[in-house]
Design a binder for this molecule. Structure first.
Ligand SMILES: *Cc1c(COP(=O)(O)O)cnc(C)c1O
Length: 395
């Protein structure tokens, strides 16, 4: 009941609310994706690349000092160790392979922090596809290293100057491009959002995370499910990958953390599930941050990767049906959690991942609880922010 239905809905969320001009594009994709993703030929090439290029399986690491501190047996799923430093490459590679099998010859993508742009540019370099990445001008200025990486990888970075010149505006421009070039162009979306079938495509491609957790746990503790499984949510792709094979496992508590920013009671937040309401964003019926006129409110988080004004339809349904518990984590809590993991385990996490680490002290685990928490990415890109706050962090 938590998986997608035949119309592309998760409960009341999802669907494809798109303008007429996009109908052809999404229909073509809808008809093609499942057969291709399930084909032996696709799976063979995708899995080979995940193994030899991305470096999968990513380790499931028992964090002993963290476990001791929180009174449970905590395993970290190390997506930070993937090539390009996060889980996003799993999705970007899969979508570019899908594009090739659909006969597309040009890739477009949107990016906020630049992480998805880098992953897509990487996949395109590897698979020899021209790549155009839409990025808000504001984001270009604050994420220069990722812009340079994309350019070095051969991608064209197109500055977007509408609206607040951030992620939401980049998505709009990418969609516009797709409308104009439906025949040769494939739009690689970076998270489990957008019109059907994108959330399902992204979920299937990221489900490798929980597929691995199952056998890795079995090997380590003799059973294949944890008592608690945890991930951060921006649009929700690392989270759905982490939860995918446990959605119907009622013994497993699902916990997700969204970015509270300065707090849910302020207007500087990205906590859509706590502060938002039902609306349509980027072709999908989801919970979004909006004012009483239905205008999207610009989200805020210290972590650029969680800075999206909505969350994918799967997660809206998991929250609404109470299958998942949702915590809102503020900037300062995430910063403290990043330093804690660094000092306890010698792992510098991405700021996004730090949001789910910051949920640990709020969990009240039972003593024998087996916990799996996904570290979605590494912190290299966030060193500037970490160093700026170093003196204010309570270690
Ligand atoms: C982009 C990103 C996220 C947020 O995206 P999801 O689709 O919610 O997973 C989380 N962690 C890292 C490291 C990211 O780069």
């Amino acid at each position: 009941m938590y998986h997608i239905d035949k119309n592309g809905f998760y409960g009341e969320f999802g669907g494809a609310y798109i303008p007429e001009v996009l109908y052809k594009c999404t229909e073509e994709l809808r008809k093609a994706y499942a057969d291709i993703l399930e084909s032996r030929e696709f799976q063979k090439e995708y899995r080979q690349l995940l193994k030899d290029y991305v470096g999968r399986p990513s380790p499931l690491y028992e964090a002993k000092r963290l476990s001791k501190k929180y009174g449970a047996q905590i395993f970290l799923k190390r997506e930070d160790l993937n090539h390009t430093g996060a889980h996003k490459i799993n999705n970007a590679l899969g979508q570019v392979l899908l594009a090739q099998r659909m006969g597309k010859t040009r890739i477009i993508a949107e990016t906020g922090a630049g992480q998805h742009g880098v992953a897509t540019a990487t996949a395109c370099a590897l698979l020899n596809m021209p790549c155009c990445v839409y990025m808000g001008k504001t984001d270009i200025e604050r994420q220069m290293p990722n812009v340079e990486r994309m350019k070095m990888l051969g991608a064209e970075v197109k500055p977007v100057t509408c609206g607040n010149m951030t992620l939401k505006d980049a998505v709009n421009d990418a969609i516009r491009d797709w409308c104009c070039n439906p025949n040769d162009t494939f739009y690689v979306i970076g998270s489990a959002v957008g019109p059907h079938p994108y959330p399902d495509i992204v979920a299937r491609l990221q489900s490798i995370i929980s597929e691995e957790i199952k056998w890795q746990l079995k090997e380590k503790i003799g059973r294949d499910y944890p008592d608690v499984i945890m991930a951060c949510i921006g649009g929700g792709s690392n989270a759905i990958g982490t939860f995918y094979h446990y959605l119907d496992e009622q013994h497993t508590r699902i916990v997700m953390a969204e970015a509270g920013g300065m707090g849910c009671d302020t207007d500087k937040t990205a906590a859509s599930l706590h502060c938002g309401s039902v609306g349509i964003l980027h072709g999908s019926r989801i919970i979004v941050l909006q004012d009483s006129d239905g205008q999207i409110i610009e989200p805020y988080s210290i972590s650029a990767g969680l800075d999206y004004p909505g969350v994918g339809p799967v997660h809206c349904n998991l929250a609404k049906t109470k299958r998942a518990e949702v915590l809102s984590i503020n900037d300062d809590e995430a910063l403290n959690a990043a330093f804690e993991l660094t000092r306890l385990e010698g792992i510098i996490p991405a700021l996004e991942s730090a949001h789910i680490l910051a949920a640990l002290p709020k969990m009240n685990f039972k003593k024998d609880d087996i916990v799996v928490l996904t570290v979605s990415g590494r912190g290299d890109k966030d060193m500037h922010t970490y160093l700026k706050h170093f003196n204010n962090v309570s270690l």
